[in-house]
Design a protein around this ligand. Sequence first.
Ligand code: ASP
Ligand code: MG
Length: 437
Amino acid sequence: MHGARLGLAAAPRRDKKPADERGAKMPILVMKFGGTSVATLDRIRRAAKRVGREVANGYDVIVIVSAMSGETNKLVEFVGETGQFYDAREYDAVVSSGENVTAGLMALTLQEMDVPARSWQGWQVPLKTNSAHSAARIEEIPPENILAKFGEGMKVAVVAGFQGISPEGRITTLGRGGSDTTAVAFAAAFGAERCDIYTDVDGVYTTDPRISDKARKLDRIAFEEMLELASLGAKVLQTRSVELAMRYKVKLRVLSSFGELDDAAGTLVCDEDDIMESNVVAGVAYSRDEAKMTLISVADRPGIAAAIFGPLAEAGVNVDMIVQNISEEGRTDMTFSCPTDQVARAEKAMQAAKDSGEINFHDLVADTDVCKVSVVGIGMRSHAGVASQMFAALSAEGINIKVITTSEIKISVLIDRKYLELAVQALHDSFGLESAV
Ligand code: ASP
Ligand code: MG
C-alpha cells in the first residue's frame, strides 16, 4: 500500500481538524470483531453494545467484521470440492461471502438498538486492491462515500473485512486473517484515533498461555516486536496488519470482546518511543511445524545459492532459515528450513533442478520433526548476552540446537519438536518474563 494513495496525508486525525471540514463531525474509531466475537447472534449483540457505547462516547465508528467463526473454512472447503484447479476469482467470490452476512447482521443489530448503522461490502466503499486473487494487496481506500454518510447522521459504518475490488471490477480477498489488515488500513485511511481489535484473547502475552501458565499479558508492545511475534507464529494479528500499523503509526489495541463491557485494557501495540521500560526479551514465540532440509554435497561455487533458492521460491516454498555449512574440497552442505507441509514441494523442485543440471547434490535429507523457538525483544539492540543466555537455558534442559539464526531483535533456534513446550517454558523462566521490569 502506498501512503499517498491511501490518502493518509490528506486525512490526519480528525479530532484535530475543524469540525465539519471532511463531512463528518466526530473523531473516528475503528473497531474490528474477529470470527469468535461474531460467532452467534448473541455475540453480535454483545459486540454491538460495545459499538453503541463508543458512539455514546462521541465517536463515529467504523466496524470491521470477520465471518462467523468456522464459516470461511467451510467456504474454502466447498471451493476445494469443486475441483483441484479452481478459478481464483471465483474462490474469492465464494470465500468473501461470510463477511457479508456478519456485516448485514451487525448493521441490523445496531439499528435495533437505535444506532444509525449501515453495512458496506468491500466494493461499495470501495476498498481497491490489486488483482492478486486470494492474497490481494490494498491500494486505496477513498474515504469520501463513508464520510458523506457520517455527515448525514450515520453513526456506524459496518464494513465486511477481508475483501476488496480489483481494477477489473472483481471481488478479491486479502489472505486468511485479512480482516485485521482491513481494519488497520481503514484506521490509516480515515485518520482514526485508534484501531481496536476485539478477539477471543484479552491481549498479547509473553508466550502462549497454553504452554506456560506463567505467561503474562503485556500492557504495551512495540510494533517491531509484535511484527516478529506475529510472523513467528503468535496468531493474534495478521502480520500484514502490524506492518501497516507500523508504517502509518496506527495505534493498535488488542482486546477481548468477552470480558465485562468496561474491562477494556488489552494490549496496546505502539511505537517503541511510547514504551517507558520493558524487559530485554518481550516474548517467546514458536512455530511447531517446521522442517529442516539439507542438500548434501553441492558444488561450492558462485551462483549456487541462487540456483537452489530460485527454484524453491518459484515453487512457492517459504524458506526461513538458511545455513551454508563449511566447505570441503569445493563441496558444501546447504541447510534450510520451511513449513512441514511444503517439504514435498521443496523436494520436487530440488529434484527437477538436479535433473535439468542446474544443481548437483549427493542427497536431500528432510528432518520433519523439528520446531522453531524464538526470543524477541527490542532490548536486545542494547544488551549483549541474550544469545548466550538462551543457549545456556536450552542446554540446561539437555535440548540440542540444530540451527540458529539471529536478527537485530530476535534469536531463533530449530530444535526437536518433542522439546517445544520444555524449551518455551525454560526460556520464559530464564528471561524472567513472568514479571515486568
Ligand atoms: N474470515 C477470514 C478468515 O478466516 C478473514 C478474517 O477473519 O480475518 O481468514
Ligand atoms: Mg483473525
